[in-house]
Design a protein around this ligand. Structure first.
Ligand code: MRU
Length: 341
């Protein structure tokens, strides 16, 4: 699996694979200051809820180390880091893993410890957030595979793979684990307009792993389901509320409605860090609206009249009653959900 996110302490640089360029080019970008990390999250160089959290934790570590090099005193560093965390929290609104990771780092920065203690704890926490994410995804994979191991055709939406996480993936992690048990599995990959995370990123991962797959346009899923060609659906999540309502890439809700109509299991795979214990239900989740140009142009080509209005919400919310199971590293939950800390 490609190493798409790597922090080097000796240089204090975070190297990330530029996901905007995939699948054509594998280009890595170096982030050596906090602003570069914030921009990488904002402009989708890195994306996917868990990876956004991992990247934010490294961003805070980079800013901390840069202040230490300048010899600033602790109070000044804490105040400046608070400003940086504020900046990071404005990058993307929906994936709660961003706010979770910022908070994990904030607890250490503002703890009553010496500079040296904070220094070693921050480094450890950032690395743990990254490594635990990979371990958690592997556990999610095993739980998820127990639900989908007897399926022939699984459909997934967007990219909830290694690229969207610290590694291995959530929904694609489940697919990997099913594939380990049953190598003849076939995956339908929704292309996922407008940013095409399915066509560009999920297909890239499955192709590299030699997992049999076919990319489809988003509007083809219903017809496949009506013909009995989809046995299970697995998606990731950007934020899950206490009652199990799940925000994920736009188009997830329509898939869940279709799955319900066609009696197809609809599985959400996500780490516990994606559960927002402060929200009761999905209507409270902030939904990111992205640049209209994502819809209006592909590459250099205009797809709409230049002055047409477009509407570009990046996520929608799947009501929990349409979700057959939510799988986290702790196990499998079923409707009615009531997640507790
Ligand atoms: O806009 P993106 O590419 O960050 O959206 C990503 C998704 O919606 C993923 O499905 C979700 O973050 C889960 S990733 C494991």
């Amino acid at each position: 699996m490609i190493n798409h996110v790597k922090y080097e302490l000796s240089t204090n640089i975070l190297t990330v694979l530029d996901q905007r360029k995939l699948p054509d080019e594998e280009i890595f970008l170096n982030c050596s200051n906090g602003e570069e990390v914030a921009i990488a999250i904002e402009n989708l160089t890195v994306r996917g809820a868990p990876l956004i959290g991992v990247t934010a934790a490294y961003g805070i570590l980079i800013v901390w180390n840069n202040f230490l090099k300048k010899g600033s005193d602790l109070k000044v560093i804490q105040d400046d880091l608070a400003k940086y965390m504020e900046r990071l929290s404005k990058t993307r609104p929906t994936a709660v893993n961003l706010f979770w990771a910022i908070n994990e780092m904030k607890l250490i920065v503002n703890s009553n410890r010496s500079i040296d203690e904070i220094n070693s704890k921050l480094l450890k926490r950032a690395i743990d957030i990254h490594e635990h994410d990979i371990e958690n995804n592997k556990k999610i994979g095993v739980f998820g595979a127990s639900l989908l191991k007897n399926t022939k055709n699984i459909l997934t939406h967007c990219n909830a793979g290694a690229l969207a996480t610290g590694g291995y993936g959530t929904a694609v992690g489940v697919i990997r684990a099913v594939h380990d048990l049953n190598p003849v599995i076939h995956i339908w990959v929704d292309e996922t307009r407008p940013v095409l995370q399915g066509a560009r990123l999920t297909a890239y991962e499955l192709y590299k792993e030699q997992i049999d797959h076919s990319v489809i346009c988003d509007n083809m899923a219903a017809s496949l389901m009506s013909k009995g060609k989809v046995d299970g659906i697995v998606i990731g999540a950007d934020r899950i509320t206490k009652n199990g309502d799940t925000a994920n890439k736009i188009g997830s809700y329509s898939l869940a409605v279709l799955a319900d109509y066609h009696k197809i299991p609809f599985i959400v795979a996500a780490p516990q860090s994606t559960i927002d214990f402060s929200l009761e239900q999905g209507s409270e989740i902030p939904i990111e609206e992205r640049d209209p140009m994502e819809i209006k142009m592909v590459g250099n080509r205009w797809l709409t009249p230049r002055k047409s209005n477009v509407f570009n919400p990046a996520f929608d919310v799947v009501p929990s009653n349409l979700i057959t199971a939510i799988v986290t590293e702790l196990g499998i939950s079923e409707y009615p959900y009531s997640f507790k800390k």
